[in-house]
Design a protein around this ligand. Structure first.
Ligand SMILES: [Cu+2]
Length: 232
């Protein structure tokens, strides 16, 4: 006979089994499965800054969920400690997202960002922290990388991104960031153009970047829940 305790244990187990995602390039501050829902994945100290292109530069992740929604954003603070530091600069300028919200399937994925084109006055030698937000159905997860932007920097050839997962076809239909609304390009993908009804705001006070979920996400969640029960 199932007990609530068993259910809770199974749920905890399931959330550990799903390995979330890793940030593979630029190098993450660190990866801790259990702490990945926290700001910067639970790694709160600035690490040695890595050179990264001031112009177009690639980001590589390994996605361990069948379908996930991803967005990238930066902070210009020398030591960002909150999502607010990724929303506005020290002089109050709002920071645009580094990518639109987009969806990825499982596996090694990459996308390009162009931090010099964000209109923040970033130049050769500017220091930023890149944060990736990833939601594979078990809540928002985070990874950070500390960068120094170099004009004309060439990334290692194996890190270039030719199949960009953030292109328009994968863009989701609408998004909000930290309370202020912004519209992103509508994707052509039928999966993402389904009516966006369910809100997935996670802990309103966190200031995390949120977006509307598609109906498909709710169904996927329900299926996963059922699967968890069947396992028992
Ligand atoms: Cu996960």
């Amino acid at each position: 006979m199932l007990s609530l305790k068993t259910l809770f244990a199974a749920t905890a187990l399931a959330s550990t089994v799903y390995a979330h995602f890793t940030l593979d390039y630029p190098t993450s501050r660190g990866f801790d499965d259990d702490n990945e829902p926290q700001f910067c994945g639970g790694f709160n100290s600035v690490e040695t800054r890595q050179p990264f292109p001031l112009g177009q530069g690639p980001v590589h992740i390994d996605s361990h969920h069948n379908l996930a929604t991803v967005v990238a954003f930066i902070s210009t603070s020398s030591n960002p400690t909150s999502f607010e530091d990724f929303n506005t600069t020290s002089n109050g300028t709002s920071i645009p997202l580094a990518t639109d919200f987009f969806q990825v399937t499982s596996g090694d994925k990459c996308f390009n960002v162009n931090l010099g084109a964000l209109g923040l006055g970033l130049t050769n030698g500017s220091e930023v922290t890149l944060q990736i937000q990833y939601d594979g159905g078990d809540g928002n997860l985070y990874q950070c990388a500390d960068l120094v932007l170099i004009d004309g920097y060439s990334v290692p050839s194996n890190e270039t991104c030719t199949s960009d997962a953030a292109t328009a076809g994968n863009a989701t239909s609408s998004a909000t960031t930290g309370g202020s609304s912004s519209t992103v390009a509508s994707g052509s993908s039928s999966a993402t153009s389904a009516a966006a009804t369910t809100s997935s705001a996670s802990g309103g006070s966190s200031g995390a970047f949120t977006q509307k979920e598609t109906v498909g996400w709710g169904l996927a969640g329900a299926v996963m829940g059922i699967a968890t029960l069947l396992v028992l």
